[in-house]
Ligand binder design. Structure first.
Ligand code: AMP
Ligand code: GLY
Length: 423
């Protein structure tokens, strides 16, 4: 079979890498891909938002399955576009992807189907939002309704911060259209956890648990990023808790979407808060996480192609999804300045040495005549695998130490909090 992966980040490298291991896969293509996907796939210079060109390519090359990595093309209807043309594609329709694209849509859905989440109200009128925030008091959480590159959520510790956030979003228009509606949410206290699931309408197959590190610097300091590192599985989360999350949250959400006439078929990313009242949803995403995919996929034992094909055919219940009994840690190496402005085109060395003990997933890299150079904020995700979390951490950082590019920055504490808990 020939497969096309749409996207160009570390997540897409991990998806292409995993699919390339399937004995049933003849050739993997990646559009547009990056300097790393080239090692496991053939890069195709078509941007992820050019649906017509992608369809033409799929027809010309006889691609059997297209897999979509990022949220933007999903929300823009790439799956609908392919399906209308009779092509096989893995991912949710634009309607179902709204579970990520609109916070108020996701909150309504959860309320309708009894999925535990923070209490909330949504507003389009600034004065009403302000009155509600003043009535509720701090701490309180203000969220721009639409996609805002991970910056549209303000966890306000004081009323002043909350009022300022509302003003920035609703009056100044900091996030443009994405902020024309805001969701004001109860503050939830607890530990965060991510559970990704393969979903095919009603059938839910959970993956292993993951924790991301969103802040730019050690100790969860500094601005929020797309994710600076992940580890899986989370050792202190029991199988019982995972089952509870699946039964009380993910299955009701999936069944609810089927009942609402917009079945979700794809990867459902559930961001959770483990509160004193049990697990509650922080957010849903309609795709693999990045860098969550870089730790989850290396631990997947089952052929990814089999799972994705079963899901698109509505036969996910027939697949036994198995995991390796190991741990994985991914450390993201970013450009100096990220998540703010950064330079591109900086030479990267040491990848071969790092590859001896780690899997190096590329995010923002490009191959040039002078060699591999940086081309994005998050440059590489270095994944270490081991029999335990400490062993995986040791492997990941041994790889990181081999890699050099000017100004590289990374967190040195990925997975550390979980280790402290264990002793
Ligand atoms: P989101 O984009 O909705 O995942 O929010 C980004 C981050 O804000 C989450 O990962 C949490 O750390 C935090 N957050 C979001 N909603 C809440 C909430 N209701 N209570 C506490 N923290 C929250
Ligand atoms: N790493 C967080 C996300 O992919 O949404």
């Amino acid at each position: 079979m020939n497969v096309l992966v749409v996207g160009s980040g570390g997540r897409e490298h991990a998806i292409a890498w995993k699919l390339a291991q399937s004995p049933k896969v003849e050739k993997v293509f990646c559009a547009p891909g990056n300097g790393g996907t080239q090692e496991v796939a053939q890069n195709v210079p078509i941007p992820a938002d050019d649906f017509a060109a992608l369809v033409q390519f799929v027809k010309d090359e006889g691609i059997d399955l297209t897999v979509v990595g990022p949220e933007a093309p999903l929300l823009d209807g790439i799956v609908d576009f392919f399906m209308q043309r009779g092509l096989t594609i893995f991912g949710p329709t634009a309607m179902a992807a709204k579970i990520e694209g609109s916070k108020s849509f996701a909150k309504c859905l959860m309320k309708r189907h009894g999925v535990p989440t923070a209490a909330y109200e949504s507003f389009i009128d600034y004065q009403s939002a302000l009155a509600y925030v003043r009535e509720q008091g701090a701490p309180i959480v203000i969220k721009a309704d639409g996609l805002a590159a991970g910056k549209g959520v303000i966890v306000a510790r004081t009323l002043q911060e909350a009022e300022q956030a509302l003003f920035q979003i609703m009056q100044v228009g900091e996030f443009g259209q994405a902020g024309s509606r805001v969701v004001v949410e109860e503050y939830m206290e607890g530990e965060e956890l991510t559970l990704l699931s393969f979903v095919d309408g009603e059938t839910v197959k959970p993956m292993i648990t993951v924790q991301d590190h969103k802040a730019a610097y050690d100790g969860d300091k500094g601005p929020n990023t797309g994710g600076m590192g992940t580890y899986a599985p989370v050792p202190h989360v029991s199988q019982e808790l995972v089952e509870q999350i699946v039964e009380t949250i993910i299955v009701p959400a999936a069944k609810g979407m089927v009942r609402d006439g917009m079945p979700f078929r794809g990867i459902l990313y559930t961001g959770l808060m483990l509160t004193a009242d049990g697990p509650k949803v922080v957010e849903f995403n309609a795709r693999f996480g990045d860098p969550e995919a870089q730790v989850v996929l290396p631990l997947l034992e089952t052929d990814l192609l089999d799972i994705l094909l079963a899901a698109v055919n509505g036969e996910l219940d027939s697949v036994d999804v198995k995991w390796k009994q190991e741990s994985a840690v991914c450390v993201v190496m970013a450009s100096a300045g990220y998540p703010g402005d950064y330079e591109k085109g900086i030479a990267i060395t040491g990848l071969e040495q790092a590859a001896a003990r780690t899997i190096v997933f590329h995010a923002g890299t490009k191959r040039t005549e002078e060699g591999l150079v940086t081309s994005g904020g998050r440059v590489l995700g270095v994944t270490g695998i081991g029999s335990s979390l400490p062993a995986a951490r040791e492997a990941a950082y041994s790889g990181v130490e081999q890699i050099r590019f000017a100004g590289a920055h990374y967190r040195t504490d990925i997975g550390e909090k979980a280790l402290r808990r264990q002793v």
